[in-house]
Design a protein around this ligand. Structure first.
Ligand SMILES: [Fe+2]
Ligand SMILES: [Fe+2]
Length: 184
């Protein structure tokens, strides 16, 4: 596995200042939650900083990446390529950063969630939505909730995401629904 300094430099070179700041905020929240839930802090820190590595690739770059690397994508991901940054990020984390399987999974799960996530995945999922850069109403309550009952906090975040997707008239990814059904 590459060390944290090296990875931070790579992430910095791939992302805009704003997105890099977001990643630093997610990293900070990940470490905070890792301490509470007895998860390896280094792993939490690394997935936090690296989770959005593919976020600023263009639509064409993303589609080319999945084609070249034989990554399976579904119909919803093909239409809403925004969603693909988790799969591509997970692939980069595995092949270039040599992250462990649980870390790769956490990055893959970070946008839609998934059934039966392990604690590292849950921590990244919540941290992505509740870092210091996020300002949505009610966020602070969810930050507090996530420290006591992370599953309940996940449910709340999904509710928020689904509302947003519905308002934008976009398709809901099946994993989002599965995650909802699993944790509700
Ligand atoms: Fe993301
Ligand atoms: Fe993110």
């Amino acid at each position: 596995m590459k060390d944290i300094k090296e990875i931070e430099e790579i992430i910095k070179s791939k992302l805009s200042e704003k997105r890099y700041y977001h990643s630093k905020c997610v990293q900070k929240r990940c470490i905070e939650l890792a301490k509470i839930y007895n998860v390896d802090e280094e792993k939490a820190s690394l997935v936090g900083i690296a989770h959005d590595i593919a976020k600023e690739m263009t639509k064409d770059e993303k589609l080319e990446y999945v084609r070249k690397n034989n990554i399976e994508i579904d119909e919803i991901e093909e239409k809403n390529t925004e969603l693909l940054h988790s799969k591509i990020g997970a692939h980069i984390a595995k092949t270039q950063f040599r992250f462990t399987d649980d870390m790769v999974k956490a990055i893959e799960n970070h946008t839609t969630g998934n059934e039966n996530m392990d604690m590292l995945s849950k921590i990244l999922f919540i941290s992505d939505a509740t870092g210091e850069d996020r300002t949505w109403e009610g966020k602070e309550e969810i930050v507090d909730l996530s420290k006591k009952d992370i599953d309940k906090a996940i449910l709340y975040c999904i509710k928020f995401t689904v509302k947003d997707v519905l308002e934008k008239n976009r398709k809901i990814h099946l994993n989002t629904i599965k995650t909802w059904n699993y944790y509700v």
